[in-house]
Design a protein around this ligand. Structure first.
Ligand SMILES: [Zn+2]
Length: 329
């Protein structure tokens, strides 16, 4: 069994969750080259809103969004490490010309924000406080894990963490000139510091890993590295809040750009897992039985969705929150 075939369908966090059994293995080939952001995948999804799209659904390659106004351009996410970030900066500079640049990241995870250093001094960097604090707290452990266990040590070799220039608490607005962008931190969900970035007047919403299109959700649950902060209940509340803003274009963390229908499908899935776990644990089912019975049922509901290996993790997370709240951190 080779746990290091990282370019296979194995998802990132499933790998992390089994890292305990990987410790005995030597590191495999470095796959950093496969994880570079590809600027030729740039598409316009709404006037003044462009996305370098993760159209091939490559693990560890995120969507990057660039929002342009008459005065400035906002970049959302950097890609995994400085090499990807340099590519993104090049695209941003080409779009912006002499206009100023802003950078924000959807959340602290390495493929979304571990290239920010490239933008330091080139762009005004803005994070919410929870995200900034989470990066400081968890960043080094994630850097080590990704470098040593996920075959992307080369991409992350030169990473250093940089402080944002602006920190906000719950909500911020950036006037790019004729186009206003809103940044909202709605509390913990996929991470402690997720933010939803939107162009409200155009119904554009950028979710980071709060949403993946045509994919089961990624719920980071890693007691091994003391990270069990994921909160699926507030996650669902965030969807309700966003839905009130009438989203039309949704940019997921990974996968193709979608529509309100993708958001609705993701919300329905969360509701199903929630209801099934609650019902079954009230009936006395333990976690292993729950996972065994519920996983194939959930998978069968979306045979075309990616990352099915995350289903049992989601069940575990709901179980911790709903069935054993005294044990939840
Ligand atoms: Zn993430």
């Amino acid at each position: 069994m080779n746990h290091y075939r990282l370019s296979t369908a194995l998802a990132l966090f499933t790998l992390l969750s089994v890292m305990a059994c990987m410790r005995a293995f030597a590191a495999g080939p470095d796959v950093s080259q496969e994880k570079l952001v590809d600027p030729t995948h740039l598409i316009e999804v709404s006037p003044g809103v462009q996305v370098i799209e993760d159209r091939d659904q490559i693990v560890l390659v995120p969507n990057i969004t660039l929002i342009s106004g008459s005065d400035a351009v906002l970049v959302v996410d950097t890609g995994l490490g400085p090499d990807s970030a340099r590519r993104v900066l090049q695209v941003a500079r080409r779009l912006a010309g002499t206009r100023r640049l802003y950078l924000t990241t959807t959340h602290f995870h390495p493929e979304h924000g571990f290239g920010a250093q490239v933008f330091k001094g080139e762009a005004t960097i803005i994070y919410n406080r929870a995200q900034r604090d989470e990066l400081l707290k968890k960043g080094p452990a994630y850097l080590r894990l990704f470098s040593e266990r996920l075959g992307v040590g080369a991409a992350l070799k030169e990473v250093r963490f940089v402080a944002p220039d602006i920190v906000y608490e719950r909500e911020a607005e950036i006037d790019l000139g004729g186009r206003t962008v809103r940044l909202n931190h709605y509390g913990r969900a996929h991470t402690l510091g997720d933010q939803v970035i939107s162009v409200p007047e155009q119904g554009v919403f950028i979710f980071g890993d709060l949403l993946e299109t045509k994919s089961f959700p990624i719920m980071p649950w890693f007691p091994e590295i003391q990270d069990t902060d994921v909160d699926p209940l507030n996650w669902r509340e965030i969807f309700r809040t966003v839905e009130r803003g009438h989203p039309q274009v949704v940019v997921p963390g990974h996968g193709r750009v979608g529509t309100a229908a993708d958001l609705a499908a993701a919300a329905r899935h969360l509701d199903t897992v929630h209801a099934e776990v609650a019902r079954r644990c009230a009936a006395g089912q333990d976690l292993p039985t729950l996972q065994k019975e519920l996983t194939p049922m959930l998978r069968a509901q979306h045979p075309d969705w990616d990352l099915p290996q995350w289903i049992p993790v989601s069940i575990q997370v709901y179980h911790a929150r709903l069935c054993a709240p005294d044990k939840a951190p």
